[in-house]
Design a protein around this ligand. Structure first.
Ligand code: HEC
Length: 107
């Protein structure tokens, strides 16, 4: 009996661990785009920015978008209106930027 309980317990632990691992790798770009406030400047559909001079992001190449985010965050890209966005970039880490960029490219 004890052995069965042990087996059941270790399967439960494995199951939970697998669930946590999946979650960590499957960040939801669409959700992050909302919660990290990106939409407030780039528009809810990522295609209608609040200012005509702000870029449309929908359909952008994923690697390109990711690299721009990284550069704006680090300050390597500091031109045009980047100052408007830089402050927000403290809210996102590398993995989150990647997930958002991947999602944007699907729009
Ligand atoms: C306060 C307004 C604001 C917020 C919030 C904001 N951005 Fe931006 N973003 C801008 C502006 C303005 C630019 C264009 C900078 C320039 O003129 O060079 C830009 C540029 C970009 C670019 C590069 C576009 C290109 O074509 O080169 C990407 C990608 C981007 N933003 C993604 C995001 C993501 C993802 C978020 C949320 C984590 C976000 N932005 C939040 C204002 C904002």
């Amino acid at each position: 009996m004890k052995r069965i309980v042990n087996i059941l317990l270790s399967s439960a632990v494995l199951f939970l661990a697998a669930g946590a691992a999946t979650q960590a790798h499957a960040l939801d770009g669409a959700e992050l785009y909302k919660t990290k406030t990106c939409w407030s400047c780039h528009g809810k559909d990522a295609d209608t920015p609040i200012m005509p001079i702000y870029p449309k992001l929908a359909g952008q190449n994923s690697d390109y978008a990711y690299n721009q985010m990284k550069d704006i965050k680090s300050g390597a890209r500091s031109n045009g209106q980047t100052a408007a966005m830089k402050g927000v970039m403290g809210l996102v880490n590398d993995e989150e930027m990647r997930a958002i960029a991947d999602w944007l490219s699907t729009l």
